[in-house]
Design a protein around this ligand. Structure first.
Ligand SMILES: Cc1cc2nc3c(=O)[nH]c(=O)nc-3n(C[C@H](O)[C@H](O)[C@H](O)COP(=O)(O)OP(=O)(O)OC[C@H]3O[C@@H](n4cnc5c(N)ncnc54)[C@H](O)[C@@H]3O)c2cc1C
Length: 398
């Protein structure tokens, strides 16, 4: 069967769903559908899911604009007011540890740690209200251009003809491969080990991050007092093979017991880490957003935030074009989006790669250099503000 839509979004992750919602919201004339290869995110589970993300203020503004933020249950999101970043050569409370406090920037919080599936559920609710169709269990078989549209054949036998095809299908994007967009890649030789932990001491609404020569470990606060860890390491074998008790001990050591003893209290997962960047984000009628276009090291919790910024800029660009009577898939329209986002995403990818390398370096003086740099950073008002502004995706009040 052949169906006709103005916009087809492939991928119902956080970025794909937000893109669909923002596009439908930007122009009520647009008939939008999302297709995802996976099954629908489960209805609310009593347990918190494995994947949580640090969601910055700028992204919260986007989710608020969509009416999705308030639908995220309070037990599935936790505001963090402070951030502490330190080198393994020093202590978390040393003068060279980086400190960010929401108060210093006139903000109530620096961001939230939010369960990924809770964001998806909130977005799905809004898509339903906006009349966006979402189809699960179907992946892309083929993509053919039939000017001025694209014809997409799906694995469930359906064919969709669309003016604009959005590839939001993550790191291994099939849309990107089908249209032959090349990517540059950086291999980190690190694996991220993710689980939830019960800390001995209060997490103090703080996102903690310690840089070790083997990679950074983050402890992110959850609303029930637990913390979620992302431990990026180039020596993952012991941790991957460890039972819960041993893993808790390894994580306590890696975090320098900043929150006392850590006890594993949740599901576990591991993710091989690499970064990539698509050489182009657009061709005629086709555009990439989120991890399909770029993936960054998780050390600053920026991946989903960059993707949500992509979604907002694309919706604005396409919305303007449609209200001016311009075809939404025109290359010059999509290029406007690409120009606005590509440089910013590339800068973030390279900055995070450099940071990861700097902290992993054992070269003579590198530890002293880091210490001096971090001390200077702590007292450099405008530079600190610029960094925080970038990381939060919005301007601090002061
Ligand atoms: C350990 C770790 C921690 C992280 N922490 C943070 C953080 O704190 N903050 C942050 O901002 N980011 C974080 N990130 C990054 C963040 O998870 C990603 O950037 C974000 O999930 C990308 O969203 P997306 O919607 O683009 O892609 P995805 O979440 O990968 O979604 C892609 C969707 O497309 C679907 N799909 C795939 N192939 C097909 C196909 N062929 N046909 C149809 N559908 C398809 C999939 O089923 C999926 O639903 C972290 C990443 C890792 C690995």
């Amino acid at each position: 069967m052949m169906q006709q839509y103005d916009v087809l979004v492939i991928g119902g992750g956080v970025v794909g769903l937000a893109t669909a919602g923002l596009l439908a919201d930007a122009s009520r004339q647009l008939k939008v559908i999302v297709v995802d290869a996976n099954t629908k995110p489960p209805r609310e589970d009593t347990r918190l899911g494995l994947r949580v993300s640090a969601i910055a203020n700028g992204s919260i503004e986007i989710l608020e604009r969509l009416g999705a933020w308030d639908r995220i249950e309070s037990e599935r999101r936790c505001a963090y007011e402070h951030m502490r970043v330190w080198d393994s050569a020093d202590a978390a409370d040393s003068a060279s540890a980086l400190r960010f406090d929401a108060d210093d920037f006139g903000l109530p919080y620096l961001g939230y740690i939010v369960e990924n599936t809770a964001i998806q559920r909130a977005l799905l609710h809004r898509l339903n209200v906006l009349g966006v169709n979402v189809r699960y269990g179907a992946s892309v078989e083929s993509i053919d251009r039939e000017e001025p549209q694209v014809v997409v054949r799906l694995s469930d036998g359906e064919t969709i003809t669309t003016d604009l095809l959005v590839g939001a299908d993550g790191s291994s994007s099939r849309v990107r491969d089908c249209v032959g967009i090349d990517v540059s890649r950086i291999q980190y030789q690190q694996t991220a080990i993710v689980t939830h932990l019960r800390p001995e001491h209060d997490h103090e609404a703080t996102a903690w991050q310690r840089f070790l020569p083997t990679g950074p470990i983050a402890l992110l606060p959850l609303s029930d007092g637990r913390v979620s860890t992302v431990w990026s390491t180039n020596e993952p074998d012991n941790a991957l093979a460890a039972d819960d008790e041993t893993l808790g001990r390894l994580l306590t050591e890696a975090s320098d017991a900043v929150l006392g003893e850590l006890t594993v209290d949740g599901p576990r997962g591991s993710f091989p880490l690499n970064a990539h960047h698509a050489r182009n984000y657009v061709t005629e009628n086709i555009v990439l957003v989120g991890d399909a276009a770029h993936a960054v090291h998780p050390l600053a919790g920026q991946g989903a935030n960059l993707g949500l910024q992509d979604a907002a800029v694309l919706a604005l660009t396409v919305g303007d074009a449609v209200s001016g009577g311009v075809h939404p898939g025109e290359r010059r329209v999509l290029r406007r989006y690409e120009r606005a986002r590509k440089g910013e995403n590339a800068t973030m990818m390279h900055a995070l790669t450099a940071l990861n390398r700097l902290f992993a370096s054992n070269l003579p003086f590198s530890s002293e250099l880091r210490r001096t740099g971090m001390q200077l950073f702590n007292v450099s008002g405008p530079i600190r503000e610029r960094v925080v502004e970038r990381a939060l995706g919005s301007k601090p009040v002061r």
